[in-house]
Ligand binder design. Structure first.
Ligand code: MG
Length: 121
């Protein structure tokens, strides 16, 4: 199964998503800050990132930019409570594959994850 990195400053969301996805069979790891993402993906196999946008110190847009500048073509699904059109466009321009609003519906999220991991990067 694919490995999924969850990045959200809300540790409850991280642990909940991690448990739900692990139960289905995905390998999961989570970070509660955008700071460690680059280092983690450079040293570990990551097939998909579930990325929160609003985080202190380094937000989701900055993480997307950082991945892009380092030529790391990893699929990213943005998961955010701030699901407005402008954020969606900006995230897509920075390489995000899809956009899910919080509170997320797990079945909808799962469909999006399955669709995204099948897609070519
Ligand atoms: Mg947040």
């Amino acid at each position: 199964m694919e490995s999924i990195l969850i990045v959200d400053d809300d540790v409850n969301i991280c642990t909940m998503l991690s448990e739900e996805l692990t139960e289905i069979g995905y390998d999961t790891y989570f970070l509660t800050s955008g700071q460690g993402v680059l280092e983690y993906v450079q040293n570990n196999q990551v097939d998909l990132i579930l990325l929160d946008l609003k985080m202190p110190s380094k937000n989701g847009f900055e993480v997307l930019q950082e991945l892009h500048y380092n030529n790391l073509n990893i699929r990213v699904i943005v998961l955010t409570a701030y699901a407005d059109v402008q954020s969606a466009i900006e995230a897509a321009n920075l390489g995000a594959s899809d956009f899910i609003s919080k509170p997320y519906d797990f079945d909808e999220l799962l469909i999006t994850i399955r669709k995204t991991v099948q897609r070519e990067v």
